[in-house]
Design a protein around this ligand. Structure first.
Ligand code: IPM
Ligand code: MG
Length: 353
């Protein structure tokens, strides 16, 4: 395992800079406590990068990411690009190009429940008991990156869902290894009753499953999985799926816990590791010191764990949990009694002591 020293910080757009600032504060606190000697370097991505350089993922940022041991990302996106279908350069292109060029092939999204926040969930309490699942979404291939075209007369268009065995294998191995460290269950979600590419996923997963004999494998069609995530989410441990199915299911899974503002994610490649909150740039809240920094702070815990710094990661998770228990939260989690983004970050840092 490579050592963690140098972190590229890409704050991005909207509330990105505010939540990232708090996460960096927390990282600096654990860096001192555990003598990690972490260093930070900032780079541009998204709308702000377009404004300053014309490119949502400038070469300088790519170089910075490649030189860093890990990347911390805030959020990407600005409404000024959303309503004009003729705009050529968009912030999201930066995100997609970053994933592809850095080879971030596995997107990992845990859904963790906090008992104290069960009332925020759209599901009834009894359906939430025992929910602890993690989605492994393939991130650099499939329909997102397959051949795309629009016919010359503009009357038809296509996006090809293309997968290679090697692309399925590498994420399947990560998902199986994760299952081995968890409840030892893996569910492949696909549409193998219709799609050839899904049948390839099944063949690959069936072929490598015997290497992980202690993991119980199941298969589920994606339409059923969308339903099962709502009626009985506790049945899932590790969910393995392709790019677009994972995009859709991870949004569904993200609301189970009741707050998007709490959920971290990791995107893993062979040489790069990126960590970000799953929420977006939340433009309406920009600059107001109201955004919940906990998802980004918990992303930092995932970052540390990736580098086997388990004690520091556990400290952060415990500090966030204590803030929730003692009511040091932003407005989204308590309308009557709340703190600002900065103050929550400071509380987490203080509890790290
Ligand atoms: C996500 C987002 C992105 C995706 C968008 C912004 C391109 O929805 O990270 O899940 O579709 O992958
Ligand atoms: Mg999405």
């Amino acid at each position: 395992m490579q050592q963690l020293k140098n972190i590229a910080v890409l704050a991005g757009d909207g509330i990105g800079p505010e939540v990232v600032e708090q996460a960096v504060k927390v990282l600096k606190t654990v860096s001192e406590k555990y003598n990690l000697g972490l260093t930070f370097q900032e780079g541009l991505i998204g709308a702000i990068a377009i404004d300053e350089t014309g490119d949502p993922f400038p070469k300088a940022t790519e170089n910075l990411c490649n030189a860093a041991d890990a990347i911390l990302l805030g959020a990407v996106g600005d409404p000024k690009f959303d309503n004009d279908p003729n705009i050529k350069v968009r912030p999201e292109q930066g995100l997609l190009r970053m994933r592809k060029t850095l080879g971030l092939f596995a997107n990992i999204r845990p859904t963790v429940m906090y008992e104290e926040l069960a009332d925020f969930s759209p599901l009834k309490k009894e359906r939430l008991e025992g929910v602890d699942l993690i989605i492994y979404r393939e991130l650099t291939s499939g329909i997102y990156f397959g051949e795309k075209s629009t016919s010359e007369d503009g009357q038809s268009a296509q996006d090809v869902c293309y997968y290679e065995v090697s692309e399925i294998e590498r994420i399947a191995h990560l998902a199986f290894q994760a299952a081995q460290k968890r409840r030892k269950k893996l569910c492949l979600v696909d549409k193998a009753n219709v799609l050839e590419s899904s049948r390839l996923w099944r063949r690959v997963v069936q072929r490598i499953a015997p290497q992980y004999a202690d993991v119980e494998v199941s298969y589920m069609f994606v339409d059923n999985a969308a339903m099962q995530l709502i009626v009985w989410p506790a049945q899932f441990d590790v969910v393995l799926t392709s790019n677009m199915f994972g995009d859709i299911l991870s949004d569904a899974a993200s609301v189970l816990s009741g707050s998007m503002g709490l959920l971290p994610s990791a995107s893993i490649g062979n040489a790069n590791y990126l960590f970000e909150p799953i929420h977006g740039s939340y433009p309406q809240a920009t600059g107001k010191n109201i955004a919940n920094p906990m998802a980004t702070i918990l992303s930092v815990a995932m970052l540390l764990r990736q580098f086997d710094l388990d004690a520091a990661a556990t400290d952060i998770e415990a500090a966030v949990h204590r803030c929730i228990q003692e009511g040091f939260v932003t407005e989204d989690l308590n309308k009557e009694r709340f703190l600002g983004t900065r103050e929550v970050g400071e509380k987490v840092a203080e509890f790290l002591g």
